[in-house]
Design a protein around this ligand. Structure first.
Ligand code: CDP
Length: 789
């Protein structure tokens, strides 16, 4: 029998009037969704399931509708009348907006209450009576694949098991043969637990349907406004919402980190309510709802094997993985990649043979599989290869830095085709690792470690030399729900020589307003201060697939440069007209065209802009503007080498990151200060899953980790002073040689820390520890190996 936890921390039940004094609901004023106040605006709150798997026997709204100020209770039955109770996920699976038959995870939306204010809506939620009949719960993905397990997706008539997909890449036969012929093989199981982006700003929207002109405006926390508009039009076209009448506005959305890519039921219900009632409806989830019901990340059970020669040359990699997707595959992956870009798992190494397979599984948990500050499962891939590399080093009694240096793809081999099919654009891995080793003083640290070991102190040094894959992506292979993953920029230069640039992406604080303006300034010579950058409004910005997976610089940033170059081409013709010469006789230097050999005869971009509206050549259209939809020829492959130094307290098992050196390479850099900020934040978000964060479930599907009391995000106390540096290896195919950087640090940091902890304990035979490496886990290892004090 399923026993729901009754703690008020769980789900939307039990929060009621407490909210009024709750400081979590007091926010700063600004341009956030929660700050939006529209005349006549109503508020929505959601009834959530206490059970992980249960039939809904009845929903009684009578008492709720008697609460003064409660206007409506929306259930699955209400939405079913309009055929809006199910919606597609980004992976073309199906997801309930509101259930009509059963709930599939704890915290799932069951009904929504619309009221005149937020607190009344919460009181209405309390008054809705739902009768459940508990069903058997499956939380373990291994058990979910057992033939005796109940089939969870009973809505799919032909579904006979809980497997979502099987995906594989590489040459299985050649890899098996390489394993048979290997001198040494190592095997390691590792688990990357379910974690959550836990952005400070939760998800929400204000849906505003204007009955007079039939236009729907939704202000919402989305990282991909254009794609959302299209999905809304496809899902609700049959009830009269057509795409030209839908405007999605993504204001300041707070942290995104991939968690604000999916379309959550709350957005759809609030929109349906606004369309039916004809008034704006606001929905903003609270912290517990955010942690329990929004998309999670990771949850990969990995079985990894690495084969090598005696001298340490790696010869083959074989990986089998079980991916727990919860009750529906709501991952935010490109369509053709059910396991994301996990096939980057050969990492920075010249591995001739590799085979990887992933099975996706349904369980009674919140759905997802989002790219949490990671380009679609790259964090999982990097953790796997960087951990198993250290396992091999330990087996061969080789220094992990030396083993890496021996196996790196040599700089002269780029562009490099990996065994799993990617063409790495450029890289210089030995240079990055050498630099990190010099900064940290690697050799001296190894001596210090030996001395400390002799004294019984525990110190570890961990390396992670990762390769990322960002900039999804080339339209040949990359789409989401069929929408190709190009991105865009539209530039308009005004008569006074100032410019407006709009992009298909959406910054969440990465500084696009600064860096995009810099790109255009560099290309056109208009000062960055005079380039107004806008994103996030589907009524004005050109169509694009949004910002996540560090794709903005490789795609929209490139589009910015390409659109600027188109503007420059037209500007050249106008300059030739003004200077009465042939365009071929002109030379460009930032900000002006001059006649070759006559530098005094020139026209500035501002003079040309004015002429575009006042004195343009006859036969040419007036104006100075251009748009680019940039389809990248390849992804970009940023990389880096990180070295962590940790000390372990033998009394408590606590791990202290004493030093952390991060050498990153993201090709040519637009703005070094922003890149450094991205890396600092990313490193902290990498430290978090390495040492602290985890969402787990008990056997009844009760979520453990539904509040910040037990889902531990890092504070300044745990965060070391990051030491950052760089190498620069430009991307050969990007218009200005840049690669993405936003997530490198989150991807690269966890294995460096995990490797350092294992390194500290390797002399007693410890070979692996799963993240998060909590004091309790380390303390148990210390006890087991007679090291505890
Ligand atoms: O897609 P997202 O903006 O999250 O990631 P990104 O493309 O890696 O860019 C993050 C921030 O770093 C943006 O403001 C970029 O313009 C900036 N950046 C840079 O200045 N130089 C690079 N080579 C890469 C990114």
């Amino acid at each position: 029998m399923t026993t729901p936890r009754t703690s008020p921390e769980i789900s939307g039940m039990g929060h009621s009037m407490k909210r009024k004094e709750d400081p979590r609901f007091i926010r700063g004023r600004g341009n956030y969704v929660d700050d939006i106040q529209l005349p006549g605006m109503l508020h929505m709150d959601i009834v959530r399931s206490p059970y992980a798997h249960a039939k809904i026997k009845s929903i009684n709204s009578e008492k709720a509708l008697k609460v003064p100020g409660v206007l409506a209770v929306i259930t699955g039955e209400t939405l079913a009348k309009y055929n809006l109770h199910w919606m597609p996920t980004l992976m073309s699976d199906t997801q309930m907006v509101l259930p009509t038959e059963k709930v599939m995870y704890q915290g799932q939306e069951v009904a929504a209450v619309i009221a005149t204010d937020r607190y009344t809506a919460a009181d209405g939620v309390e008054a809705v009576e739902v009768e459940y009949e508990p069903l058997p719960v499956v939380v373990d993905p291994f058990k979910a694949l057992d033939p005796s397990a109940p089939v969870l997706r009973t809505d799919k008539k032909d579904k006979k098991d809980n497997r979502i997909f099987h995906w594989q890449a590489g040459d299985r036969a050649a890899t098996d043969k390489a394993f048979e012929e290997a001198d040494v093989t190592v095997t390691q199981d590792m688990y990357l637990p379910r974690i959550h982006v836990a952005s400070i700003e939760t998800c929400g929207c204000v849906a505003d349907f204007d009955r007079v002109n039939g236009k729907l405006t939704v202000y919402m926390t989305t990282q991909a406004p254009h794609a959302v508009r299209t999905v809304f039009a496809l899902v609700a076209g049959h009830v009269g919402l057509s795409e030209e009448k839908i405007r999605i506005v993504s204001p300041d959305i707070g942290g995104g980190f991939g968690g604000k890519v999916p379309v959550y039921p709350g957005y759809v219900i609030a929109t349906a309510a606004s369309v039916v009632i004809g008034k704006p409806v606001k929905w903003v989830e609270d912290r517990m709802e955010n942690l329990q019901a929004d998309s999670f990340a990771r949850d990969y059970h990995i079985h990894a094997e690495l084969a090598a020669k005696k001298d340490g040359t790696m010869t083959a990699l074989r990986i089998k993985t079980l991916a727990d997707h919860g009750y529906t595959d709501a991952a935010a992956n490109p369509s053709k990649f059910p396991a994301g870009l996990f096939s980057i798992c050969t990492g920075s190494y010249d591995l001739k043979n590799a085979f990887a397979e992933v099975d996706g599984v349904y369980t009674n948990k919140a759905p997802g599989g989002i790219a949490y500050r990671c380009s679609f499962r790259v964090t999982e891939a990097v953790h796997c290869i960087e951990r198993i590399t250290d396992v091999l080093a330990q087996e061969l009694k080789m220094d992990p830095a030396a083993l890496r240096m021996k196996n790196f793809i040599p700089p002269e081999k780029f562009p490099y085709k990996s065994a799993l099919g990617w063409e790495y654009d450029s890289g210089n891995y030995p240079a990055a690792l050498r630099k990190a080793m010099d900064i940290v003083g690697y050799e001296a640290l190894r001596k210090e470690q030996a001395e400390k070991r002799a004294r019984g102190e525990l110190m570890g040094i961990g390396i992670s030399s990762f390769t990322e894959i960002v900039g999804a992506g080339p339209s040949k292979h990359f789409d989401i729900l069929g929408l190709k993953m190009f991105d865009s920029c539209e530039i308009r230069v005004h008569p006074t020589g100032k410019a407006m640039a709009r992009f298909g992406t959406k910054s969440q604080g990465q500084g696009h307003e600064t860096t995009y303006a810099q790109i255009i300034a560099e290309e056109l010579g208009i000062p960055a201060a005079h380039v107004q950058v806008e994103e996030g409004d589907t009524d004005t910005a050109p169509y694009g697939l949004g910002t996540y997976a560090s794709r903005s610089t490789p795609t929209a940033g490139a589009a910015g440069a390409m659109a600027a170059r188109k503007v420059r081409e037209k500007a050249k013709k106008i300059a030739a007209h003004l200077l009465e010469c042939s365009p071929d006789d002109l030379v460009w230097e930032p900000g002006k065209f001059s006649v070759k050999g006559a530098p005094g005869r020139s026209k500035t971009i501002q003079e040309i802009a004015l002429a575009a509206y006042t004195n343009h050549p006859q036969g040419m259209e007036a104006g100075l503007e251009a748009v680019s939809y940039y389809d990248p020829p390849n992804l970009t492959f940023p990389f880096g080498s990180y070295i962590a130094v940790v000390d372990i307290d033998r009394g408590t098992g606590a791990v202290k990151v004493r030093r952390f050196v991060a050498v990153d390479d993201c090709g040519n850099i637009i703005n070094p200060m922003i890149v450094d900020g991205q890396i600092h934040g990313g490193l902290t978000m990498g430290l978090a899953p390495a040492l602290l964060e985890e969402i787990s479930y008990d056997d009844d599907g009760n979520m453990i980790g539904g509040s910040f009391m037990d889902y531990l995000v890092p504070t300044a106390m745990e965060t070391p002073s990051w030491e950052t540096d760089k190498t620069v290896t430009p991307s050969p195919h990007h218009p200005f040689g840049a690669k993405g950087v936003g997530e490198s640090a989150t991807v690269g940091a966890p294995p460096a820390i995990a490797n350092a902890v294992v390194d500290a304990l390797s002399h007693v035979g410890v070979r692996h520890v799963d993240i998060p490496i909590t004091p309790e886990k380390v303390w148990r290892l210390l006890k087991e190996h007679g090291l505890s004090e």
